[in-house]
Design a protein around this ligand. Structure first.
Ligand code: PHE
Length: 448
């Protein structure tokens, strides 16, 4: 089927859209809860190292492949390499995107629920502790848990079936800056909480004895997840970039903004966790239990709550749209489905798997595989295994597998920019990133 190639309209649009994919629940929900459960500052340090030495080169690899071919992932891999094994790597991305969409929709569903409760004025009307237990009841109720997850996926479907490029670009341009602004307001509020020092010490004062294989793998997985890397999502987006775009600079800006948002979320959450006596290692529910307490302590808290959950809902949508694009591009281009039908299939599969994830907090909470609930298993397998594997594949392909001139032309725009940055990125891409990912795997398997 002949594909119409769209392009993002402006440089701001390029950044806003890719940041829209990167910034989402991973930053505001995932980072604080994982950081909290994995030793605070130590996790942050390992996370930042992973972002710098693995994240940036893998992102540059995806960008070079995507922008250089202007194709979807399978098309790009086919154009660049004849090996079928390499082509098969596109399936890892598709599998990862489906697993992620399924558990992500559950958390995005919580955001919708909060939005509705905040609109009804319920979040600040009752004491925060009551709200947390009310939240516990809601996610334990099978119908409600599945209902919110499905509702979110239906919203995702309606945007996807119309084709995303213009809509997403325009929406991201407006939403992303407002979200950023609101986070800053909450940060300032956090500085006035009683346990601000304790919270910030937890986040910024690393205790290196806390670094274990689990912490390192978790931080690396979170870096991949938060930057939307390793599943060809940014590869597909960069295929819409213009040839003038400076890829290394874009990768730097996106990585920086994404990391800043995650750290801001930590600065908001941890002082609140210690001030309100929540358990810092609470797990996936952490952020959703702490926020109501924050709103309850703010003046016109309900309005902040509405604004915040609305923006979080959009941040989640811009991320789920980007991950859904992977399977939709595959279904339309490889199986010849229409865009509408492909979006529908994507939604139905995600609702089926997402329901299992949603039930992991209620009736299926005792159903575990390798000691993990279905929700935890999906998150673990996608972030900690599939995305890093995809990362190795893209880094090795761009670093070793394809014509060096192709990659150099992409990363330097034909030799006109990044003269001294390019060799550094190439070195990280060829040697450091793949080896670092392998070392983490060996460390976790107990071989190192
Ligand atoms: N990066 C997104 C977030 O932090 C999640 C995501 C993962 C989006 C993978 C696309 C692909 O929320």
């Amino acid at each position: 089927m002949k594909e119409k190639r769209a392009q993002f309209a402006t440089r701001f649009g390029v950044i806003a859209t890719t940041v829209g994919s990167a910034v989402g629940l991973g930053n505001i929900w995932g980072f604080p809860y994982k950081c909290g459960a994995n030793g605070g500052g130590a996790f942050l340090v390992v996370y930042i190292i992973c972002v710098a030495v693995i994240g940036i080169p893998v992102m540059c690899a995806e960008f070079a492949i995507g922008r250089g071919t202007h194709k979807n992932v399978r098309g790009a891999l086919r154009q660049l390499h004849s090996s079928r094994l390499i082509h098969a790597f596109s399936y890892i991305g598709i599998l990862a995107s489906i697993l992620i969409l399924s558990f992500y929709a559950v958390v995005a569903g919580w955001t919708l629920e909060y939005l509705v409760e905040a609109l009804a004025g319920q979040m600040t009307a009752s004491p925060a502790a009551d709200f947390s237990s009310h939240f516990g009841d809601t996610i334990a109720s099978p119908l409600r848990a599945i209902g919110w997850t499905a509702l979110f996926l239906v919203c995702n479907y309606f945007i996807l079936r119309r084709g995303v490029k213009k809509g997403v670009e325009r929406m991201s341009n407006i939403m992303m800056p407002i979200l950023f602004f609101i986070l800053i307001v909450f940060c300032v509020h956090s500085f006035f909480l009683p346990e601000v020092t304790k919270g910030l010490t937890f986040l910024f004062h690393p205790d290196f004895t806390k670094i274990t294989p689990t912490v390192v793998l978790g931080a690396m997985g979170q870096a991949f997840f938060s930057l939307s890397l390793g599943l060809s999502c940014l590869l597909v987006y960069s295929s819409y970039f213009s040839d003038k775009e400076n890829l290394i600079r874009s990768a730097g800006v996106i990585t920086l903004l994404d990391t800043v948002v995650a750290v801001l979320a930590g600065v908001i959450i941890f002082p609140a966790v210690f001030s309100y006596g929540t358990n810092v290692a609470e797990g996936p529910k952490l952020v959703y239990e702490v926020f109501p307490a924050i709103f309850a302590s703010m003046s016109i808290g309900w309005l902040w709550a509405v604004l915040f959950f609305l923006l979080l809902f959009f941040a989640a949508l811009t991320s789920t749209i980007s991950m859904s694009e992977i399977s939709i591009a595959f279904l339309t281009e490889e199986w010849g489905l229409s865009r509408k039908r492909a979006s529908f299939v994507n939604m139905v599969v995600a609702i089926a798997l997402g329901s299992l994830c949603a039930l992991s907090f209620g009736v299926l909470s005792d159903f575990t595989i390798f000691g993990k609930t279905i929700f935890e298993l999906f998150e673990y397998v996608a972030s900690n295994i599939l995305l890093p594997l995809g990362g190795i594949a893209f880094a090795v392909l761009a670093g070793w597998g394809i014509d060096r001139r192709f990659v150099r032309d992409q990363l330097t725009n034909g030799g006109s920019t990044n003269k001294w940055l390019y060799p550094i990125v190439l070195f990280l891409m060829r040697f450091i990133a793949p080896v670092a990912i392998l070392l983490v795997f060996l460390y976790v398997l107990g071989i190192l």
